[in-house]
Design a protein around this ligand. Structure first.
Ligand code: AMP
Length: 432
């Protein structure tokens, strides 16, 4: 089987590497891929924003199965285009991708199906939104309705900040069309958890829980990022909490997807807030998380193809995920300037030395090959993933590997996994 992975991040490198290892896969292509996917797949250029061109490419390359990594192409209908052309694809169709593509669609879905989530109101008009906030007399989380590259959420601290956020979105249009409508949401407290399920349209299989670290700096300080690291399993998800997640969140979500006729085939990443053992949904993402995928793929036992293919074909009945590696942890190494204006084209050294550390794999995100030289080409550059049985030992090895890497101005957190590590926020502080 010829498989093509769409995307160019660490998530896609992790998926492509696992697919490469499948006995049923003869070839893996990655479109457009990065400097790391080039080692496990054949990179082919593509414009991910153009579903018709993706179909042309899949046809020209005689691809049997397409695995879509990022949300953008899903929201633009790449799976609809591929399916209409008779090409099997992993990922939801456009109508279901609105769960991520539109926060108001997502919140209304949750309200309709009784999924626990923060109270909210939807506004298109700045004056009405401001009146609502002033009457409430408190701060709200302000969310751009559409896709805003992970930047469209402002967790306001007070009324004035809430009003300013409304202006930035609805009046100054800082988030473009994505901010032409907004959702005001009650602020939730607690620990965030990333919970993934894979659906075949009717059935689901849950994956292991994971936890991401969104802030740039140690101790969860500094600006929000796409994610500076992740680990699995997080201790906040006890057996009892997981049972609640399944009963109170996953079951009503899956029933809602089925009863609304959304035929969801792909990965649903449920962003949860856990407070006092009770889960509430922050958001749905209609694809695997990044960097969560890097740690989930590191833990996943056996061949990953049947999971992805079963979802796309509408039959997961034979698939039962198992987690051969008890613990995995991934440290993201980011470029100088990240998450704002990043410096690129920095030569990267030490990847082979880092991978000499037992249980370590270096997954690439923003890298490219210039001749045979590896250089940085994005904000999040690498994700160093380690596996094992004990979180402290796994963290130690991940950081040993990070210390073997070098590019100018590299930034990373020293405390990935701190909720689980016995040393807590151990190690020297932040970036080197
Ligand atoms: P979202 O894209 O909706 O997950 O929001 C991005 C980030 O903003 C989340 O990962 C949370 O850290 C934060 N956030 C979103 N909604 C809320 C909320 N209702 N209460 C507190 N924090 C939130």
């Amino acid at each position: 089987m010829r498989v093509m992975v769409l995307g160019s991040g660490g998530r896609e490198h992790a998926l492509a590497a696992r697919l490469r290892a499948s006995p049923a896969v003869s070839d893996v292509l990655c479109a457009p891929g990065n400097g790391g996917t080039a080692r496990v797949a054949r990179n082919v250029p593509v414009n991910l924003e153009d579903p018709a061109r993706v179909v042309e490419l899949a046809r020209a390359e005689r691809v049997d199965f397409v695995v879509v990594g990022p949300e953008g192409p899903l929201v633009l209908g790449v799976v609809d285009a591929l399916s209409d052309a008779g090409i099997l694809a992993f990922g939801p169709r456009r109508v279901a991708a609105q769960l991520e593509g539109s926060k108001s669609f997502c919140k209304r879905f949750m309200r309709k199906h009784g999924v626990p989530t923060a109270a909210f109101e939807v506004f298109d008009d700045a004056a009405a939104a401001k009146r609502f906030v002033q009457e409430s007399g408190r701060a709200w989380v302000v969310k751009a309705d559409g896709l805003a590259a992970g930047k469209g959420v402002i967790v306001a601290g007070d009324v004035a900040e809430t009003l300013d956020a409304i202006d930035r979105m609805l009046v100054r249009r800082e988030f473009g069309e994505a901010g032409a409508r907004l959702v005001l949401e009650e602020r939730l407290r607690g620990q965030e958890v990333s919970y993934h399920i894979v659906l075949d349209g009717r059935r689901y299989r849950q994956l292991a829980a994971a936890q991401d670290h969104k802030r740039l700096g140690d101790g969860d300080r500094g600006p929000n990022t796409g994610g500076m690291g992740a680990y699995s399993p997080p201790p906040v998800v006890t057996a009892e909490v997981e049972q609640r997640i399944l009963e109170q969140v996953v079951e009503p979500t899956v029933r809602g997807l089925v009863s609304d006729g959304l035929d969801f085939r792909g990965a649903l990443f449920i962003g949860l807030m856990i407070d006092g053992g009770q889960p509430s949904v922050l958001e749905y993402n209609v694809r695997f998380g990044d960097p969560e995928t890097e740690v989930l793929m590191a833990r996943y036992g056996g061949d990953v193809l049947p999971l992805l293919l079963g979802a796309a074909r509408g039959d997961l009945s034979e698939v039962e995920p198992r987690w051969d590696q008890p613990v995995a942890l991934g440290v993201v190494v980011a470029a100088p300037g990240y998450p704002d204006a990043v410096q690129k084209d920095l030569p990267i050294t030490g990847v082979d030395a880092a991978e000499q550390v037992p249980g370590v794999q270096v997954l690439h995100a923003g890298t490219s090959l210039v001749g045979d030289r590896l250089v940085s080409s994005g904000g999040r550059v690498l994700c160093v993933t380690a596996t094992g049985t004990d979180i402290d030992e796994v963290a130690l090895r991940a950081y040993q590997a990070v210390d073997a890497l070098h590019f100018d101005g590299m930034q990373f957190r020293r405390d990935i996994g701190h909720h689980a590590r016995r040393g807590g926020r151990g190690g020297p502080t932040s970036a080197t």
